[in-house]
Design a protein around this ligand. Structure first.
Ligand SMILES: *[C@@H]1O[C@H](CO)[C@@H](O)[C@H](O)[C@H]1NC(C)=O
Ligand SMILES: *[C@@H]1O[C@H](CO)[C@@H](O)[C@H](O)[C@H]1NC(C)=O
Length: 193
Protein backbone atom coordinates (compact mmCIF):
# COMPACT_ATOMS: atom_id res chain seq x y z
CA UNK A 1 0.00 0.00 0.00
CA UNK A 2 2.68 2.39 1.01
CA UNK A 3 4.45 1.93 -2.31
CA UNK A 4 1.26 1.86 -4.37
CA UNK A 5 -0.13 5.12 -3.05
CA UNK A 6 2.42 7.50 -4.55
CA UNK A 7 2.01 5.81 -7.96
CA UNK A 8 -1.78 6.15 -7.78
CA UNK A 9 -1.42 9.75 -6.71
CA UNK A 10 0.97 10.40 -9.55
CA UNK A 11 -1.51 8.80 -11.99
CA UNK A 12 -4.32 10.83 -10.59
CA UNK A 13 -2.36 14.07 -10.86
CA UNK A 14 -1.25 13.19 -14.38
CA UNK A 15 -4.82 12.47 -15.54
CA UNK A 16 -6.14 15.52 -13.78
CA UNK A 17 -3.65 17.76 -15.59
CA UNK A 18 -4.32 15.94 -18.86
CA UNK A 19 -8.08 16.38 -18.41
CA UNK A 20 -7.75 20.10 -17.63
CA UNK A 21 -5.46 20.55 -20.63
CA UNK A 22 -7.87 18.75 -23.00
CA UNK A 23 -11.01 20.52 -21.77
CA UNK A 24 -9.35 23.93 -21.95
CA UNK A 25 -8.11 23.14 -25.46
CA UNK A 26 -11.65 22.16 -26.48
CA UNK A 27 -13.10 25.25 -24.84
CA UNK A 28 -10.63 27.42 -26.75
CA UNK A 29 -11.53 25.92 -30.10
CA UNK A 30 -15.18 25.33 -29.35
CA UNK A 31 -16.08 28.73 -27.96
CA UNK A 32 -17.07 30.18 -31.34
CA UNK A 33 -17.55 27.09 -33.50
CA UNK A 34 -19.69 24.13 -32.64
CA UNK A 35 -21.67 21.52 -34.48
CA UNK A 36 -25.41 22.01 -34.37
CA UNK A 37 -28.51 20.05 -35.16
CA UNK A 38 -30.07 20.63 -38.62
CA UNK A 39 -33.45 20.21 -36.90
CA UNK A 40 -32.90 23.41 -34.90
CA UNK A 41 -32.63 25.37 -38.16
CA UNK A 42 -35.48 23.56 -39.89
CA UNK A 43 -32.97 22.09 -42.34
CA UNK A 44 -33.64 18.42 -41.62
CA UNK A 45 -35.81 18.26 -44.74
CA UNK A 46 -35.10 16.59 -48.03
CA UNK A 47 -33.36 18.87 -50.50
CA UNK A 48 -35.56 19.80 -53.45
CA UNK A 49 -34.89 20.98 -56.97
CA UNK A 50 -36.74 24.07 -58.17
CA UNK A 51 -36.90 25.31 -61.73
CA UNK A 52 -37.95 28.84 -62.51
CA UNK A 53 -38.07 30.70 -65.74
CA UNK A 54 -37.62 34.47 -65.68
CA UNK A 55 -36.94 37.26 -68.11
CA UNK A 56 -34.09 39.61 -67.30
CA UNK A 57 -34.39 43.14 -68.68
CA UNK A 58 -31.15 45.04 -69.15
CA UNK A 59 -32.03 48.61 -70.05
CA UNK A 60 -28.92 50.47 -71.13
CA UNK A 61 -30.38 53.31 -73.18
CA UNK A 62 -33.02 55.94 -72.51
CA UNK A 63 -33.64 58.12 -69.51
CA UNK A 64 -34.15 55.36 -66.96
CA UNK A 65 -31.40 52.81 -67.52
CA UNK A 66 -31.25 49.78 -65.22
CA UNK A 67 -27.61 49.16 -66.16
CA UNK A 68 -25.13 51.95 -65.51
CA UNK A 69 -21.48 51.80 -66.61
CA UNK A 70 -19.24 52.70 -63.68
CA UNK A 71 -15.89 51.85 -65.26
CA UNK A 72 -15.44 52.58 -68.98
CA UNK A 73 -13.95 49.98 -71.31
CA UNK A 74 -10.36 50.11 -72.46
CA UNK A 75 -10.01 52.68 -75.31
CA UNK A 76 -9.90 50.61 -78.46
CA UNK A 77 -11.17 47.23 -77.37
CA UNK A 78 -13.68 45.59 -79.72
CA UNK A 79 -15.05 43.55 -76.80
CA UNK A 80 -15.50 46.48 -74.37
CA UNK A 81 -12.81 44.83 -72.26
CA UNK A 82 -12.59 46.48 -68.85
CA UNK A 83 -16.17 47.75 -68.73
CA UNK A 84 -18.02 47.40 -65.43
CA UNK A 85 -21.75 48.09 -65.26
CA UNK A 86 -23.88 48.04 -62.15
CA UNK A 87 -27.35 46.61 -62.69
CA UNK A 88 -30.75 46.64 -61.05
CA UNK A 89 -32.60 44.75 -63.76
CA UNK A 90 -36.27 43.80 -63.49
CA UNK A 91 -37.04 40.07 -63.54
CA UNK A 92 -40.44 39.36 -65.02
CA UNK A 93 -42.54 36.29 -65.65
CA UNK A 94 -43.05 37.03 -69.33
CA UNK A 95 -40.78 38.49 -72.00
CA UNK A 96 -42.52 41.88 -71.91
CA UNK A 97 -41.39 44.44 -69.37
CA UNK A 98 -45.07 45.04 -68.60
CA UNK A 99 -45.55 41.43 -67.45
CA UNK A 100 -45.54 40.61 -63.74
CA UNK A 101 -42.29 41.52 -62.00
CA UNK A 102 -41.16 38.85 -59.53
CA UNK A 103 -37.83 40.29 -58.50
CA UNK A 104 -34.75 42.20 -59.54
CA UNK A 105 -31.26 41.18 -60.64
CA UNK A 106 -28.86 43.34 -58.67
CA UNK A 107 -25.11 43.34 -59.01
CA UNK A 108 -22.70 44.02 -61.82
CA UNK A 109 -21.25 42.64 -64.98
CA UNK A 110 -17.81 43.20 -66.28
CA UNK A 111 -16.34 42.62 -69.72
CA UNK A 112 -13.56 40.17 -68.97
CA UNK A 113 -12.56 38.76 -72.36
CA UNK A 114 -10.35 40.31 -75.04
CA UNK A 115 -11.20 37.75 -77.73
CA UNK A 116 -15.02 37.82 -77.64
CA UNK A 117 -17.73 39.57 -75.67
CA UNK A 118 -17.46 37.55 -72.46
CA UNK A 119 -18.89 38.97 -69.28
CA UNK A 120 -18.23 38.11 -65.68
CA UNK A 121 -21.70 38.21 -64.10
CA UNK A 122 -21.96 38.76 -60.34
CA UNK A 123 -25.56 39.27 -59.31
CA UNK A 124 -28.23 38.46 -56.79
CA UNK A 125 -31.70 37.57 -57.94
CA UNK A 126 -33.73 39.30 -55.21
CA UNK A 127 -37.21 37.80 -55.25
CA UNK A 128 -40.16 40.02 -54.35
CA UNK A 129 -43.15 37.83 -54.95
CA UNK A 130 -45.22 35.53 -52.72
CA UNK A 131 -43.41 33.24 -50.33
CA UNK A 132 -40.10 33.96 -52.08
CA UNK A 133 -40.29 37.68 -51.22
CA UNK A 134 -37.01 38.58 -49.50
CA UNK A 135 -35.14 35.44 -50.57
CA UNK A 136 -32.18 35.61 -52.92
CA UNK A 137 -29.97 33.43 -55.08
CA UNK A 138 -26.46 34.44 -56.07
CA UNK A 139 -25.17 33.89 -59.58
CA UNK A 140 -21.50 34.16 -60.45
CA UNK A 141 -20.32 33.05 -63.86
CA UNK A 142 -19.14 33.62 -67.38
CA UNK A 143 -21.56 34.98 -69.96
CA UNK A 144 -20.45 34.97 -73.58
CA UNK A 145 -23.45 37.01 -74.68
CA UNK A 146 -23.40 36.02 -78.36
CA UNK A 147 -23.54 32.28 -77.59
CA UNK A 148 -26.96 30.71 -77.92
CA UNK A 149 -27.08 29.34 -74.37
CA UNK A 150 -24.81 30.46 -71.54
CA UNK A 151 -24.58 28.49 -68.34
CA UNK A 152 -23.63 30.08 -65.04
CA UNK A 153 -23.41 28.63 -61.54
CA UNK A 154 -25.77 29.47 -58.70
CA UNK A 155 -23.31 29.65 -55.83
CA UNK A 156 -25.62 30.25 -52.89
CA UNK A 157 -28.74 31.87 -51.57
CA UNK A 158 -30.61 33.29 -48.61
CA UNK A 159 -34.00 32.87 -47.00
CA UNK A 160 -35.83 29.99 -48.69
CA UNK A 161 -32.69 29.46 -50.75
CA UNK A 162 -30.25 28.86 -47.90
CA UNK A 163 -27.59 26.37 -48.99
CA UNK A 164 -28.70 26.85 -52.61
CA UNK A 165 -26.57 25.53 -55.41
CA UNK A 166 -27.34 24.99 -59.04
CA UNK A 167 -27.05 26.65 -62.39
CA UNK A 168 -28.85 28.98 -64.75
CA UNK A 169 -29.10 28.88 -68.51
CA UNK A 170 -29.40 32.25 -70.21
CA UNK A 171 -30.75 32.68 -73.73
CA UNK A 172 -31.08 36.07 -75.41
CA UNK A 173 -34.72 36.69 -76.21
CA UNK A 174 -34.31 40.12 -77.76
CA UNK A 175 -31.35 42.41 -78.32
CA UNK A 176 -31.50 45.92 -79.74
CA UNK A 177 -28.07 46.77 -81.16
CA UNK A 178 -29.06 50.45 -81.47
CA UNK A 179 -29.68 50.97 -77.74
CA UNK A 180 -27.88 47.95 -76.29
CA UNK A 181 -31.07 46.93 -74.46
CA UNK A 182 -31.50 43.19 -73.98
CA UNK A 183 -34.15 40.78 -72.76
CA UNK A 184 -32.69 37.47 -71.67
CA UNK A 185 -34.56 34.31 -70.72
CA UNK A 186 -33.15 32.74 -67.57
CA UNK A 187 -33.92 29.13 -66.71
CA UNK A 188 -32.76 28.55 -63.15
CA UNK A 189 -32.27 25.09 -61.62
CA UNK A 190 -31.67 25.33 -57.90
CA UNK A 191 -31.24 22.71 -55.18
CA UNK A 192 -32.35 23.99 -51.79
CA UNK A 193 -34.24 22.96 -48.65
C1 LIG B 1 -5.15 50.68 -79.89
O1 LIG B 1 -4.51 51.86 -79.51
C2 LIG B 1 -3.10 51.86 -79.65
C3 LIG B 1 -2.54 53.15 -79.11
O2 LIG B 1 -3.32 54.24 -79.49
C4 LIG B 1 -2.73 51.62 -81.11
O3 LIG B 1 -1.34 51.55 -81.24
C5 LIG B 1 -3.35 50.31 -81.57
O4 LIG B 1 -3.11 50.11 -82.94
C6 LIG B 1 -4.86 50.33 -81.31
N1 LIG B 1 -5.43 49.04 -81.64
C7 LIG B 1 -6.50 48.91 -82.41
C8 LIG B 1 -6.97 47.51 -82.60
O5 LIG B 1 -7.06 49.85 -82.91
C1 LIG C 1 -42.28 41.97 -49.95
O1 LIG C 1 -41.72 42.31 -48.69
C2 LIG C 1 -41.59 43.70 -48.48
C3 LIG C 1 -40.81 43.90 -47.19
O2 LIG C 1 -41.18 43.01 -46.20
C4 LIG C 1 -42.98 44.33 -48.46
O3 LIG C 1 -42.87 45.72 -48.25
C5 LIG C 1 -43.65 44.04 -49.79
O4 LIG C 1 -44.97 44.56 -49.80
C6 LIG C 1 -43.66 42.56 -50.10
N1 LIG C 1 -44.14 42.36 -51.45
C7 LIG C 1 -45.03 41.42 -51.79
C8 LIG C 1 -45.43 41.39 -53.19
O5 LIG C 1 -45.51 40.66 -50.95
Amino acid sequence: MATLFPTLAAHFIFFFIFFVFITSALADDGSFVRTTDAKLLGLNKKEKLSHFKLYWHDIVGGRNPTAVPVVPPSKNSSTAFGLISVIDDPLTMGPELSSKMVGRAQGFYSSASQQEVGLLMAMNFAFMEGKYNGSTITILGRNTVFSKVREMPVIGGSGLFRFARGYVQAKTHRFDPATGDAVVEYNCYVMHY
